[in-house]
Design a protein around this ligand. Structure first.
Ligand code: AMP
Length: 405
């Protein structure tokens, strides 16, 4: 791909995939700019170590890469980055990137905003690996690979935890001995890039709601909910790690910690328990069919139905809990893969909310994934919005590039 303008790369390294987006550098970058930087192209390598597949598209949908590789060629993230770097060097020969923005899952207590990456930042992110074992190491692999190849290139870390940094101690405490809290063993919250985008989007599409008490349900492969007051996060369903709260594709969400002790007492190692709680639980664990919501909705097995019913029930429970934190509810927003695209799941969740909150959906608007999906008589407006985590990373990266912070 060649473009006439300098570009920013956005890197989102997940547990088995790496997604890369290419954005043009905007003229201005601050919170109030109406439009996020324009995305020029998007690519990803999926199935790292299993069935590697690279694909890339320009913004207009033109396919520029679609190739499968033998697993020996891309056995791990290091190899995936080497492949991506080679492809990017070729594709961006005339316009090498001027900055790279990384999605970094955990910023711990140190980072309340996006930050320019240096060796000190890398060391602090490394220390957080045990709190995000499936994501943080891959985020760091990407950062180190770029630093080795282009040490002077501006790299920016954008955190999933940062949006929640202002939480009150009530929302951060876990009832362990207090010294653990002081050491940073506290509830953080994740999916903050998505919530920051939704807070911004609400100002544009529903300014009255943006000022109020809103619960945002980020339901994708990972899932959490955020309680916002005036566009600021006050509580989240996720905690110290991205394992807490809602059941997810393969993660368990909230469980009795006694269950973990029981597993350990059966002789399971910490690594085996970790692999099960992160990778074999949630929708996949309950259904025995799939972690993918579309596959579950299409399946007629009783356990697939049980998994979806449980998901909706737990989502409604979490909404009730967050509404107590907010002292009421002025709006509910669904976003991410499931939240923005599944009328079925939204209808199941909202069915639990009719008696308590007076929520009712407009079946046609919900079925069409419209922006406002509640009926005229619903006591609480309900919206379905697409999220744009990568756009937010591009904006934060551009802010540091253009304004120095
Ligand atoms: P994300 O992690 O945000 O990409 O979301 C992935 C999840 O969204 C997967 O469970 C998909 O099955 C689910 N998803 C995407 N589109 C739909 C849809 N139209 N209906 C139901 N689930 C969907």
């Amino acid at each position: 791909m060649t473009t006439a303008h300098p570009v920013i790369l956005v890197v989102n390294a997940g547990s088995s995939s790496v997604k890369i987006s290419i954005f043009s550098v905007p003229e201005a970058a601050h919170e109030d700019v109406e439009v996020l930087p324009a995305q020029l192209a998007h690519g990803q390598i999926e199935g790292i170590g299993v069935a590697p597949h690279i694909e890339g598209r320009l913004a207009d949908g033109t396919v520029v890469a679609d190739e499968r590789f033998p697993v020996e060629l891309v056995p791990d993230h290091d190899a995936a980055f080497r492949l991506i770097q080679a492809r990017l060097q070729e594709g961006l020969r005339d316009t090498p990137p001027v900055a790279i923005g990384h999605r970094v899952v955990h910023g711990g207590m140190d980072f309340a905003d996006a930050v320019r990456i240096d060796d000190n930042v890398i060391a602090r992110l490394d220390a957080l690996v045990p709190l995000a074992p499936l994501h943080q190491p891959h985020n760091l692999t990407a950062i180190r690979a770029v630093r080795a190849a282009a040490p002077d290139l501006l790299q920016v870390a954008c955190f999933d935890t940062a949006f929640h940094a202002g939480h009150d101690p009530m929302a951060q405490l876990m009832a362990l001995p207090y010294e653990y809290y002081e050491q940073g063993i506290r509830r953080f919250g994740f999916h903050g890039l998505s919530y920051a985008y939704i807070a911004r989007r609400l100002k544009q599409v529903a300014p009255d709601l943006a000022e109020g008490r809103v619960i945002v349900a980020h339901f994708g492969n990972g899932a959490s909910l955020c309680a916002m007051r005036g566009g600021k996060s006050v509580e989240s369903t996720m905690g110290l790690t991205a394992l807490d709260g809602m059941p997810m594709g393969t993660r368990c969400g909230t469980i009795d910690p006694g269950a973990v002790l029981w597993l350990a007492a059966q002789g399971m190692t910490p690594d085996a328990i970790q692999a099960m709680l992160y990778g074999q639980s949630g929708l996949k664990g309950i259904s025995g069919v799939s972690s993918d919501m579309r596959a579950l909705l299409a399946s007629d097995t009783p356990r697939a139905k049980l998994a979806v019913d449980f998901y909706a029930y737990r989502a409604a429970q979490e909404i009730g809990k967050l509404a107590v934190t907010l002292g009421g509810l002025d709006g509910l927003v669904f976003t991410a893969g499931i939240g923005a695209n599944s009328p079925d799941v939204r209808a199941r969740v909202c069915a639990h909310l009719t008696d308590l909150f007076g929520i009712s959906l407009d079946a046609a608007a919900n079925g069409d994934n419209c922006q406002r999906i509640s009926s005229d008589t619903s006591r609480v407006p309900v919206l379905a919005l697409q999220t744009d985590e990568e756009g937010m990373i591009a904006l934060s990266t551009a802010k540091i590039l253009l304004n120095g912070g």
